[in-house]
Design a protein around this ligand. Structure first.
Ligand SMILES: Nc1ncnc2c1ncn2[C@@H]1O[C@H](COP(=O)(O)OP(=O)(O)OP(=O)(O)O)[C@@H](O)[C@H]1O
Ligand SMILES: O=P(O)(O)OC[C@H]1O[C@H](OP(=O)(O)OP(=O)(O)O)[C@H](O)[C@@H]1O
Ligand SMILES: O=C(O)c1cccnc1
Ligand SMILES: [Mg+2]
Length: 566
């Protein structure tokens, strides 16, 4: 396959980074081999100086606790990692910068070594993107020359951390909102910079949102685009007299209404004087009406109005209905309203009643079902509160809380050495949850009779895999008394080969985002409901085989010095 090329972003006369396997470079051109911490280079130099740089190392990338007080995480960001790996080459410019940044005592031979580095000898196994994942289970296993893999630590952790966090946040918002609601990501203006904005749109879609307002993300990833209009559009109008072009062709093109403004005004007075609606409102705001009419003239098939600029029930909703009824006369069906302040539950119910009354009173089929979108600082809690109160909202536009991951700003993804030169390594800690699980491992998801995943289990690389119908002991990695026998009805090996290096293994495809999104939805559906609930969810069991358990504790005892009491 032809090698992909990514033009280096820093502008000067630049070489191209030659990609492997026809895989494009990272979406964000800032993702280069320099997007790492200085200490990765100093360690790489020290490995090189010690003649250790080509020792074969295995690192696991995993997190320790699911975010947002939950018991599940959506794994996202893998494709961007593979794009980095496939195109991992230093340019001359970058090497010159590293040379200028390291102490002058560093030998020149190191820079020649960096010149020759790529990831052709690195092997990456990973869980598929969009999978539901759990603490301690490796999301990725990275094997290769220790100095190269060390350089990958920071960018890989960076690419997985926010992606998985925000995809999980999206999945959690979807869980509370319910499957039938349309979820729109509106966060670009509030995101942490341009990359935060693009990443949020991509991974919220992956986590189950339906569309984004972010046009660049729509182009880059093919995510559906949706949007309404803002208060500025409404308040920019002063009066209906501003509307000079008043004609509107009917939907089927069979006739032209020469004065759409008068048609709307006549509907507004019918509404005002109707027996059943009379009394709800009097004079509506005419500048708002002008804005709605203008928007309808511009978008007769997509007419949606923001109704809370002046007064939702006394102005916005009646004005919207007058325009929608005029459109209806011409064969168009209005899309709906957006509420962006006040009590969203109450207002949505009042608006729905108003629509239903019109449907009945004026015999307009389906008018009662007109869409209601709500926005304004929504998050899991407000969605939950709205559900409890009862509401008539069909779509939610969510920005700040979703994309900034307001409830938890980072997922603690880590990258730990588990083996070097075939020797298992462990990292000890006073805090047991921070002790790393040594060895090059495999991991499996074991499913029970009811089809739910029961437990994830890690084994040594060369242990026989768990078998359907065969009892296996699953042990908590650090708590001796926590163990269970499981007879799996289905066994799924979790990690697949996404970058074979020189192993000759087949490389897993990187599927389109829509496929990953669908996979994520199916994965979330597969989970037992008590793991998913928001309040005190049941922890999902993560375990090790009996053999791996014994080995962890043998290594632990071997590495931990024995204290002496005086
Ligand atoms: N029925 C409801 N139950 C619980 N929370 C709600 C309900 N309706 C709206 N909210 C939330 O209450 C908060 C209202 O925020 P705030 O008081 O700042 O806005 P507002 O005064 O309604 O609008 P703005 O200041 O934008 O004009 C928002 O976070 C919104 O999502
Ligand atoms: O509330 P979020 O979840 O962040 O969703 C996006 C918000 O952005 C827009 O207004 P903006 O917040 O810019 O202005 P406003 O708060 O004054 O309406 C929009 O009207 C939403 O309210
Ligand atoms: O299209 C919208 O309504 C929108 C887009 C971004 C932010 N707030 C609202
Ligand atoms: Mg706001």
């Amino acid at each position: 396959m032809a090698a992909a090329a990514v033009v280096v972003a820093n502008g000067s006369k630049e070489e191209e980074r030659r990609g492997g396997g026809g895989i494009d470079g990272p979406t964000n051109p800032m993702v280069t081999p320099l997007l790492t911490d200085l200490y990765q280079f100093t360690m790489a130099y020290a490995y090189w100086k010690a003649g250790k740089h080509n020792e074969r190392a295995v690192f696991d990338l995993y997190f320790r606790k699911s975010p947002f007080g939950g018991e599940y995480t959506v794994f996202a960001g893998l494709e961007e990692c593979i794009r980095l790996i496939a195109n991992f080459r230093f340019t001359e410019d970058e090497i010159a910068f590293i040379q200028a940044s390291l102490p002058s005592s560093c030998e020149i031979g190191f820079y020649n070594y960096l010149r020759g580095i790529d990831c052709s000898d690195v092997e990456i196994h990973a869980i598929s993107e969009g999978y539901v994942v759990f603490p301690k289970i490796p999301l990725m296993r990275i094997e290769g020359p220790v100095a190269v893999v060390q350089l990958l630590e920071t960018p890989l952790v960076n690419l997985i951390n926010y992606a998985s966090l925000v995809a999980t946040n999206a999945a959690r918002h979807r869980f509370v909102a319910g499957k039938s609601k349309l979820l729109l990501e509106f966060g670009l203006r509030r995101a942490q910079g341009p990359d935060g904005g693009i990443g949020a749109s991509k991974y919220c879609y992956m986590g189950g949102f339906d569309a984004t307002s972010n046009v660049a993300a729509g182009k880059l990833f093919g995510i559906p685009l949706r949007g309404t209009h803002s208060h500025a559009f409404v308040s920019s109008f002063m009066s209906p007299d501003e509307i000079t072009e008043k004609s509107l062709q009917s939907c089927d093109g069979s006739n032209v209404c020469e004065d759409f403004v008068s048609l709307v005004q006549s509907w507004l007075s019918k509404l005002k004087w109707s027996q059943v609606l009379g009394g709800i409102f009097g004079e509506t705001n005419q500048s708002e009406l002008a804005a709605f009419m203008s928007y309808a003239l511009a978008f007769p098939i997509n007419f949606l109005a923001l109704v809370d600029t002046y007064d939702v029930m006394r102005s916005g909703v009646p004005n919207f209905c007058a325009v929608a009824l005029a459109l209806n006369d011409l064969g168009y069906r209005a899309v709906g309203i957006r509420l962006d302040s006040g009590d969203l539950a109450y207002q949505s119910c009042e608006a729905r009643k108003f629509f239903l009354t019109i449907e009945k009173e004026f015999g307009v089929p389906e008018f009662g079902r007109i869409g209601i979108t709500a926005s304004n600082d929504l998050n899991e809690e407000t969605l939950d509160a709205l559900n409890k109160q009862g509401h008539e909202i069909d779509a939610f536009g969510i920005g700040t809380h979703l994309v900034t991951c307001y409830a938890q700003p980072a997922l603690g993804v880590v990258f730990k050495l588990v083996e070097i030169n075939k020797q298992p390594r462990i990292k000890l800690s006073e805090d047991v949850s921070k002790v790393s699980i040594p060895c090059k491992k495999r991991s499996y998801r074991l499913y029970g009779k009811e089809g739910y995943p029961l437990v994830d289990i890690m084994t040594g690389e060369n242990e026989p895999s768990p078998k359907v119908g065969e009892r296996i002991l699953c042990r908590h990695p650090f708590n001796e008394s926590k163990r269970a026998y499981v007879v799996p009805q289905r066994v799924e090996e979790l990690m697949k080969c996404f970058w074979p290096g020189r192993s000759g293994k087949e490389r897993e495809d990187l599927p389109p985002i829509k496929v990953i999104r669908q996979r994520c939805i199916e994965q979330l559906d597969l989970m037992r409901p008590d793991h998913m609930r928001r309040l005190n969810p049941t922890p999902y069991k993560v375990s090790v085989s009996a053999k791996l358990y014994d080995f962890i504790h043998f290594l632990w005892l071997n590495e931990a010095p024995v204290g002496e009491l005086q």
